[in-house]
Design a protein around this ligand. Structure first.
Ligand SMILES: [Zn+2]
Length: 487
């Protein structure tokens, strides 16, 4: 009798628990669509900490802030995981002026991985067109010791942005050969807008000071150079060091039935510094924090363990998530899925499946739980350029949200990436999508897909042409050597 009543009690508790869990997607969506602390958190991050390049005191403050946020929510398992990055680059000051034939101040932003000038540098400005090898060849010996101006087309699409990154490799080759004193790269955004654009995509510093220059002023200098000699003065001071320390912040809600299996949702916490990193990627860092709050406050404990990850070092080449994957290499078999958000607050229209077509069905089934999300336009492409990368090439099923790029691209890494850019209304739907998908991936009895073998990853890399991106971003050699992509 006693045993039986205990059994009844237990089964009614588990019944209650089950019915409480069955409507979890609806509860998560309703919460996301209401008033949440997300935007208040984002405001703190952007306004009181601001731009937070990895290795800077501001980034360290952001790490402390994020860990405190997770703890304040009531999450017991919060860890701050240190890692070492190579080749610190932090911006200091960057000033420029035309001195001949007319004096005027020029707006520039030092390119990450650019060295400092050795005191003020004044030299003749040479227009090197689009900066192609033949443009450098035409100018020949005149380039040595001159300041070279390189023109850029306006950036309108992701392809344009990718082309701007890819151009660096040939630009640096020409620069090493012809040895200008400095390079000025025309801003791809009009109306004087400046942004951080790394000149080197690995841990090597550029051979000469390099900066992005206001588009209109670049055009003026170019016109002046057509009618006579132009001289420009530059003074750039950056901070460099062989290595730096940074940290990832990880909060965990332990699964109720399969705690050894893990689903991870992540966003990068670091940013460039000209703006305050609101769209890239403060809003998604704040979303990851608020998702942890949602699960905690609603008392939702899914079958699997959920990890809420805020990585740093993303802008330096996904260094933080790379370190995370290396640190956790012995548990990679237990990662059921990984999901990243890194495209601001524009509408989430679907997910990059990253070459894993088998993810389409479980994602659609998860999102079907709630009406009006309009997030079913998935893309088969494998993308390189955010924190899914090291998970992807380690065989783990991974998703990256595809969000409306039209509001994201103009402010990318720019002075204008501030709180005003964030679309509070869309962000509510984005959060609902993220919450429902996270719940489903962590709750479904079956894993959404299996971990791939190294051979399967190698096939995926070729089939999706990911190798082209990996070569452009200087990751290919490490992948081939087995230093990236861990098994
Ligand atoms: Zn980003």
């Amino acid at each position: 009798m006693r045993r039986r009543s205990l059994f009844c009690l237990l089964s009614s508790v588990s019944c209650l628990l089950l019915s409480a869990q069955a409507d979890s997607p609806q509860r998560l969506a309703a919460r996301a669509r209401g008033d949440t602390p997300l935007l208040g958190d984002l405001r703190e991050l952007c306004d009181t900490i601001g731009g937070r390049p990895t290795g800077s005191p501001a980034c360290d403050r952001a790490v402390e802030w994020a860990a405190r946020k997770f703890r304040d929510i009531g999450i017991k398992d919060v860890s701050v995981e240190p890692f070492t990055g190579q080749s610190l680059w932090l911006p200091g000051s960057a000033e420029a002026a035309a001195t001949e034939p007319v004096r005027f101040n020029i707006r520039i932003a030092a390119a990450p991985m650019s060295p400092s000038t050795k005191g003020p540098l004044e030299a003749r400005l040479l227009d090197a067109g689009e900066g192609k090898p033949e443009d450098f060849e035409k100018l020949g010996g005149a380039i040595k010791g001159a300041i070279v101006l390189v023109h850029s087309a306006e950036m309108k699409t992701f392809d344009d942005l990718f082309a701007e990154y890819v151009r660096n490799t040939t630009l640096l080759e020409s620069a090493r050969k012809y040895r200008p004193a400095a390079m000025l790269l025309e801003s791809t955004r009009p109306r004087g807008l400046l942004y951080r654009h790394p000149i080197s995509l690995d841990t090597s510093y550029a051979p000469m000071p390099t900066a992005v220059i206001s588009r209109e002023q670049a055009e003026r200098l170019s016109r002046l150079a057509q009618i006579g000699d132009v001289r420009v003065r530059l003074a750039i001071v950056n901070q460099m060091a062989p290595a730096y320390q940074s940290k990832n912040v990880i909060a965990e809600i332990r699964g109720r039935e399969k705690p050894e299996e893990i689903v991870l949702i992540g966003a990068h916490l670091d940013s460039w510094d000209l703006g305050t990193g609101a769209e890239d990627n403060g809003v998604n860092a704040a979303m990851v924090i608020d998702l942890a709050r949602a699960f905690h406050d609603l008392g939702l404990v899914p079958r699997r363990t959920v990890r809420f990850a805020l990585f740093t070092g993303e802008e330096q080449g996904m260094v933080g998530s790379q370190a995370y994957v290396a640190r956790h290499r012995n548990e990679l078999d237990r990662f059921a899925a990984v999901m990243m958000f890194d495209m601001g607050s524009g509408h989430t229209s679907g997910f990059f499946l990253n070459g894993r077509e088998e993810l389409r069905k479980p994602v659609n089934e998860a999102l079907a739980a709630v009406d009006g999300l309009n997030a079913g336009q998935h893309l088969p492409d494998a993308i390189d350029g955010t924190d899914n990368f090291d998970f992807m090439i380690s065989g783990i099923p991974n998703l990256v949200a595809f969000q409306d790029p039209t509001t994201y691209l103009p402010d990318y890494h720019a002075e204008s990436d501030t709180l005003e850019r964030v679309n509070a209304q869309e962000e509510k739907t984005n959060q609902a999508v993220a919450a429902i998908l996270l719940w489903s991936l962590a709750e479904n009895p079956e894993r959404p897909a299996k971990r791939q073998t190294r051979a399967e990853v190698e096939k995926l890399v070729i089939d999706t042409k990911l190798d082209e991106q990996m070569r452009a971003f200087h990751q290919w050699d490490d992948f081939k050597a087995g230093k990236r992509g861990l098994f």
